[in-house]
Write a protein that binds this ligand. Structure first.
Ligand code: SF4
Length: 1017
């Protein structure tokens, strides 16, 4: 056994001396000298430093403990195979599938079991025996699987990343391969790592082990005695920073530490970038700066967005997750489509991907929504065919829009053909096959498609990234193929193969180009032992640092303690160590920071920040401005241009630049007053489309009343939001189904000489309405659970109780005392009249309603008209949604339907309207409620629930007031006034233009009282 010297050192202390000693030893004995450090980042840094000094090194002479184990293994064993993490997962997955493990086989179990097994192996836990009296049926099952897993490795001569340490230990025992060993900075090695270190110690002639240590038991618990050192060299030096968390009085130290709270993560990274630019201006080289984050992967996207804006050159240490690559996502989609049952969203994503050879993807998106496709290969064909048939029927009907329908039918047929060909290709991937066969089919399809399509030109940075992503993905496929040979005859279904490949890809990362002259962006754990002139540590919030995730998968807290794996206090100690080690890495200055919020969610700053504050009272850093940001500079330049204090950039005239700035800074502030807010002014085209001869629907007028800008988008520009991808009835369809049933029932009921539904006629009425309801509902061929439930709620069942139709009739019988007789249903005007489908009172021409000095030509369909003796009538509107007009909205001119329909009937018949009612017909509520009624007819209307507040003195006056508002709306439309809505509250949920509209409620609030009802000031 060699004499082992143990050095107890502050983290980072004495490393240059170790490196120098190693260099000398490596020069003497290059193949027998090894230097083990805790991170690959530090290993690379040491190699770089030695390379700069011109010291030649053999590969892997400076390495991590797992790196050393891998090297030993690969050098010595030809008969065994080292498998990556995905191999372990694959084995566990196959063992679970083949065996009887009812208590642990569940979704997500494979990853958790892989983690558990790694802990059990590296900590040499005798599982489940170590549980003692805590053992259970579940732990016995896990124990069986664990034993099966280890057996599988043995039988197939495989070594995973955990057992690799034991294998390397065995190979090194008794060998004299490493004669001089330097180990620096490992923090509390786990038992299997200790075994490997002890094997190295036993076989080496010289063994130098530097342990990170300070007299602070809250952090440094490992004194290295397990190594049985022959000599111990204590570090004379002390550090106030190393005493952090010890509850000792610090009495100074921490001079170079600064602290900042920033608004959010983006603001924090921008502040870091600005400080780096300030340091650079003072002569600091980017390579002298390190930025560390506790969770590097989640911080990198911020860095990628911000650092280029500040022109900060940087190199991030962790590669990008392969799964985050759009190219890789497109390639995985090829499998996802058949594996996940041809879901609409997957197929559309596949067809619109620029990496795959398809066109017409956007059209497919639209048509599949129209055809109500949600998933299923057969459903795609059937529903597209049904859509084509429906369009053909429409084409054959009265008044067809021939050109549009013909083009749409052709488009549906083309989409159907494209889907057939695409699904025929994808069908080659389906079925149960061996993993090799799955891979072969997948590769063959990609070859056939010549996928992925890689652009020949473009941003070189993006092209390089895509090439790297593709290479990484192909490597992942090759690795899976290699592993698959251990299961040559085992067949898996496509979804299993897909989830296996996805999991493999999720764990893989693409490499990054290294650049020592750039700012290094690393994880906090990688900062230990580096000598960094300027160090930033960001995102210091609870849950990120410290991250106290203790739970061992499949183990309770009690079981975790019994297994003697890491407790919460062990993890806290480790997190504290990494924080202190990172602080000690900074030679000149360390900038700490934390975001105060994540979007609207406040964040709690890390307790480590408080510890630093208490101990060292650090200065703050960072300011409000970002002068080095190109974006900020562009904004400043714009402001100068606007004030005429700067020359215009060569590509833009000053006038043009000022015009653009004014649009944002002047016109889009305060009340709506310019064309940029939809005030486009009168136009001959508007006059032609919306002039005296134009026919309006109530919906169009109400749209204008609610939001003129929505009217502009819908009715002037002709835009429409994408139809919802809804597997059941849309709100509109549900409404027309209920309307049709009520209309057919009453039309037949009245034709047969019946009056209002009474208690006596109720049983017969119920039988008839249910028959009609069933017939109408059966016209839909949906099979979704929501449709089945919806049908039950319409028709009723023993389980669901009385249906909507039954409750409708009960309500009808309850208000029979009003004396109103249902008379006409679905009365239309200004719409095509189809015999048998419209009420006999319907007329094809629009109704001309006098508006004083003008006329409104109105079209529409009235759900129901009830009569009172003496030529008086009530208009009723059925509502199946939750929206219902109020008297206030009628008075304000926003709810126009009932007053306009009353005037239309009066114009057509000469009768007198006495009320407008809204009949709510939905699952939770069936109620006919007068929105307004003639207060002189108490006897008639007080039997309606909720009618007390809505009696009005003069219905005719109310209707006239509505017509006056209509006149204003028509003037607005014809005058080209289309501002967004003037209500500062949130826009209605049903507006489909929210994603393209620049409505800003804060703008209206800021404009205060200057804004008129139509939004203008
Ligand atoms: S989002 Fe609001 S302002 Fe914009 S169109 Fe819709 S309703 Fe009008």
């Amino acid at each position: 056994m060699s004499p082992a010297v143990l050095y107890r050192r502050l983290p980072g202390e004495g490393l240059p001396r170790f490196i120098a000693e190693f260099r000398k030893a490596a020069a003497r004995d290059p193949f027998g000298t090894v230097f083990v450090v805790p991170t690959s980042h530090l290993a690379r840094e040491i190699v770089r430093r030695l390379g700069k000094e011109g010291s030649p090194l053999i590969a892997d002479a400076v390495t991590t403990l797992p790196g050393l184990a891998r090297k030993v293994f690969l050098d010595h064993t030809a008969a065994e195979t080292l498998i990556p993490k995905i191999g372990s997962r694959l084995i566990i997955d196959r063992l679970l599938a083949a065996g009887d493990y009812p208590l642990i086989a569940r979704a997500g179990a494979v990853d958790e079991l892989a983690t558990l097994f790694a802990v059990l192996i590296t900590r040499k836990v005798d599982y489940p025996a170590a549980l003692g009296d805590l053992a259970s049926a579940k732990s016995a099952e896990i124990g069986r699987l664990f034993a099966a897993y280890l057996r599988f490795l043995d039988e197939h001569r495989l070594v995973d990343e955990s057992t690799l340490l034991a294998r390397a230990t065995r190979l090194l025992t008794g060998s004299d391969e490493f004669r001089t060993v330097y180990v620096y900075g490992l923090f509390e090695p786990v038992p299997l790592e200790r075994d490997l270190l002890l094997a190295l110690r036993e076989s080496a002639e010289e063994f130098h082990y530097a342990i990170p240590y300070a007299a602070n038991p809250a952090v440094f618990a490992d004194e290295g005695l397990w190594l049985h050192p022959d000599a111990v060299v204590e570090d004379e030096r002390t550090s106030a920073v190393a005493g952090l968390f010890s509850r000792r009085e610090m009495g100074g130290g921490g001079e170079g530490i600064r602290l900042a709270e920033r608004r959010d993560r983006l603001d924090e990274v921008r502040a870091i970038a600005q400080e780096i630019r300030d340091l650079a201006a003072a002569g600091v080289r980017p390579g002298e700066i390190v930025v560390a984050f506790p969770d590097l992967a989640s911080a990198v996207p911020y860095v990628e967005e911000v650092f280029p804006d500040f022109a900060v050159p940087y190199a991030a240490s962790g590669g990008r997750p392969l799964a985050a690559s759009p190219l890789v996502q497109a390639l995985l989609l090829v499998l996802a489509v058949p594996a996940c049952g041809y879901r609409r969203s997957d197929v559309v994503a596949l067809a619109t991907s620029p990496y795959l050879p398809f066109t017409r993807g956007s059209e497919l998106d639209f048509l599949s929504r129209e055809a109500r496709i949600t998933a299923g290969a057969d459903a795609w064909d059937e529903r597209l065919a049904a859509l084509a048939r429906a369009l053909e029927d429409e084409l054959a009907g009265p008044d067809p829009a021939k050109d549009r329908l013909t083009a749409e039918i052709a488009s549906v047929m083309a989409a159907r053909e494209q889907i057939r060909r695409l699904f025929a290709d994808l069908a080659t991937l389906e079925g149960t096959k061996t993993i090799q066969e799955h891979l072969a089919a997948y590769r063959s399809l990609l070859d056939t498609w010549r996928a992925p399509a890689m652009p020949a030109e473009g941003d070189p940075r993006v092209l390089e990234e895509e090439a790297r992503d593709l290479a990484g993905f192909m490597r992942a496929l090759a690795m899976l193929e290699e592993l698959a040979q251990f299961f040559p005859n085992e067949e898996v279904a496509l979804p299993e193969f897909f989830s296996l490949l996805s999991a493999h890809v999720a764990g893989a990362r693409t490499g990054r180009r290294r650049n020592a002259d750039a700012v290094q962006v690393i994880g906090v754990r990688e900062a230990a032992h580096l000598a960094v002139p300027y160090l930033f540590i960001g995102d210091l919030v609870e849950g990120t640092m410290p991250r106290l995730t203790t739970r061992l998968p499949f183990a309770t807290d009690l079981e975790t303690r019994r297994l003697q794996t890491r407790s919460k206090s062990d993890i806290l100690r480790e997190e504290r160590y990494h924080f202190i080690a990172a602080l000690l890495a900074a030679r000149s200055r360390v900038y700490l920071s934390y975001p105060a919020a994540d979007g609207g969610t406040p964040l709690v700053r890390s307790g480590f920040v408080d510890a630093v504050r208490e101990a060292f009272s650090p200065e703050t850093w960072g300011g409000d401005g970002f002068p080095a940001s190109r974006l900020s500079a562009a904004r400043r330049a714009g402001a100068l241009l606007a004030r005429g204090e700067a020359a215009s950039p060569p590509v833009l005239t000053a006038a043009e630049a000022v015009r653009r700035l004014n649009i944002e800074n002047y016109h889009r502030k305060g009340g709506y007053d310019s064309p940029y807010d939809g005030l486009i002014g009168s136009d001959p085209a508007l006059a032609e489309r919306f002039g005296e001869e134009a026919v309006f629907s109530v919906t169009a007028l109400e749209t204008y009343a609610d939001c003129p800008f929505r009217f502009y988008l819908e009715r002037v520009l002709g835009l429409a939001p994408l139809p919802p991808a809804d597997p059941g009835l849309t709100g509109e369809e549900r409404g027309s189904l209920v309307h049709r049933i009520a209309c057919r029932f009453y039309a037949g009921w009245r034709r047969d000489g019946n009056g209002a539904v009474t208690e006596a006629s109720y049983p017969d009425a119920l039988r008839r309405i249910l028959t009609t309801g069933r017939e109408e509902a059966d016209r839909f061929t949906f099979t979704s659970p929501s449709w089945v439930a919806g049908k039950e709620h319409l028709l009723g069942s023993p389980a669901a109780g009385p249906g909507l139709l039954e409750r409708f009739l009960r309500h009808e019988a309850a208000v029979v005392g009003s004396g109103l007789i249902p008379q006409a249903f679905e009365v239309s005007f200004g719409l095509p009249v189809t015999a048998g489908e419209a009420d006999p009172a319907s007329v094809p021409d629009a109704v001309a309603i006098a508006l004083g000095c003008g006329t409104l030509r109105l079209r529409g369909r009235i759900d129901r008209i009830d009569l009172l003796p003496g030529g008086r009538f009530v208009v009723t509107d059925y509502k199946t949604g939750s929206q219902r007009p109020t008297l206030g909205e009628v008075v304000a001119g926003r709810a126009l339907q009932l007053p306009l329909y009353i005037r239309a009937v009066e114009t057509l018949t000469g009768m007198q309207g006495i009320a407008g009612t809204c009949y709510t017909l939905r699952r939770g509520k069936v109620q006919n409620r007068p929105v307004f009624w003639d207060a002189g007819l108490q006897d008639c209307f007080t039997c309606f629930p909720g009618s007390r507040q809505s009696g009005v003195g003069d219905v005719r006056e109310l209707v006239e007031a509505s017509l006056a508002r209509v006149k204003e709306h028509l003037a607005g439309i014809r005058g080209g006034r289309f501002p967004p809505r003037s209500d500062a509250g949130p826009c209605p949920g049903y507006c489909g233009f929210k994603t393209v509209c620049r409505f800003d409620s804060l703008r209206l609030l800021a404009a205060g009282g200057e804004v008129n009802a139509d939004g203008t000031d």
